[in-house]
Write a protein of this length. Structure first.
Length: 61
């Protein structure tokens, strides 16, 4: 399953699992430059590991 959508600073997306646990992803800043166009805040229960994509892909390839 995939979801693609636009969000503005202050808006968020919440991911729920079948046990009711939440992962909140909130846009905290956007910039016009392509180098750092978006900053996110991800809040999840401690049992979830939050890993940057390039780190995860490096460990799983």
């Amino acid at each position: 399953m995939a979801l693609m959508l636009g969000r503005k600073p202050g808006e968020k997306v919440v991911v729920l699992d079948d046990q009711g646990r939440e992962i909140e992803i909130k846009v905290v800043k956007t910039e016009a430059s392509a180098k750092s166009a978006l900053k996110l805040r991800i809040t999840a229960p401690p049992e979830f590991r939050i890993v940057r994509g390039e780190i995860y892909e490096g460990n799983n390839s």
